[in-house]
Ligand binder design. Sequence first.
Ligand SMILES: *Cc1c(COP(=O)(O)O)cnc(C)c1O
Length: 501
Amino acid sequence: MDTHFAEKTFDSGFSQIRERCRGISPLDAKLEKWQIDLLTGNSLAEWIDDFGSPLNVICPEPLVKNIEELNEVARQRDVDFRVYFARKANKCLALVDAAVSTGAGIDVASEQELTQVLNQGVSGRELICTAAVKNYRLLEICVNHEVTIAVDNPDELKQLLIITESLKQNANIALRLSGFLHDEIKLHSRFGFDIAAIEQIVEHIIPDAEQSRIKIIGLHFHLDGYSLSQRIAAVAQCLPVLDHMRTSGHQISFLDIGGGLPMCYLENETQWEEFWVQHAEALLGRCEPITYRNHGLGLIAINNELHGKRNCYPYYQSPVRAVWLAGLLDAQFESSTIAAALRNRGVQLRCEPGRSVLDGCGMTVAQVQFRKQHPYGDWYIGLSMNRTQCRTTSDDFLVDPILIPKVSINQTAYLKQTMEGYLVGAYCTESELISLRKFRFPAGVNIGDLIIFPNTAGYLMHFLESRSHQFPLANNLVVNRDDHESVQLDKIDRHPLGEMR
Ligand SMILES: *Cc1c(COP(=O)(O)O)cnc(C)c1O
């Protein structure tokens, strides 16, 4: 095929697609080739007919590329390094398979996540369990399968003493640490052992490193947010503790810096800045609201001044992923860099990214069921989905959806006028908006049209999904590696008999 020609036609078709639905202050999504293929084809509409709305479409290929990008940064610096994919960010098993295919391990956060991965044929030795609360049964499975356990507190350590004694087996653990100093302030966390007290606690519970059935093989932290300088500080504070614990006989082989590697959802930094400028103007009453009932997204106007802070993921940011990791490895430490410090000690660096390695791996598709105009003029576009199906702990997903018109339209209901308004969902509450942002549809919206939320694989699909009102959970379709138009249900959704498409 003449690729030049193909690119040209694809270009003109594509920019048209974005124009059918944009935020009042636009935020254009970054899109992968597989997404553009599907957005310009007919398959999505067929899949919605077959599998219902909403529907999550997953492509594992970018996950492989994203993990390899991280591996390459470490390889360039000769740092022993391993990614543990945090699967709580997306429940699909196709993604576990893809991560394992790169040589990555898996971070599991519950008994269900753990047993599914074991049933998938992954060895327990390739796993770390970071569940926030671990019952006896979960700890027992971890010990039996030699899963590394990220231990959060003294009670967990003591439970492990009992379990390893009764099973007559060792447990490999990493101690989760917190309370790091950053800019002279102690970082708050509900998780982990305070770094200032850890050695004393370990000495008390595990007085003899060699005799104990509990083997401390790693130190671990996972910080809230995505600050590079906080992570540099945490690494710098962990390494001396690691050194000292080694001298007490603990054979610590790795330092695990958790997740929170940043990612970027948007094409354009200017749009991101303009969005916040216009939102501020709206909150101060100087222009029309661009969010539902002038929702602040974390900001509030008091006496003509804005207060508060953005309660949203930084959907545009830089550096991300590999460049960000390079920033950590190249940061100054001791007389050289963190990379050199890890190399010199023979310490493996591990990380547990969820969101950032899922960049480009998914999108959520929903069908329009109604439009109605409010007396004040705004339109409400009703979708067959609910707000838990595209949502994280952020106030909003600040990425423009994409509209694909239904091919054969019902003439009586057809509206080709410009409409402005909000996407609303299926839960019976006044707050049930799919997005708080106001959108413009220059060529209207019609029943049966599709609204596509791009790049939802990291957290947005599954982290908060609920079955309220007894709506079924959305199906998850995995696109085939070689042919993006052919799909199968992810194993997580398959009937026990293994129905496949
Ligand atoms: C949630 C979590 C992760 C993944 O975080 P991301 O922000 O998705 O990279 C990793 N480790 C632990 C302990 C977590 O709780």
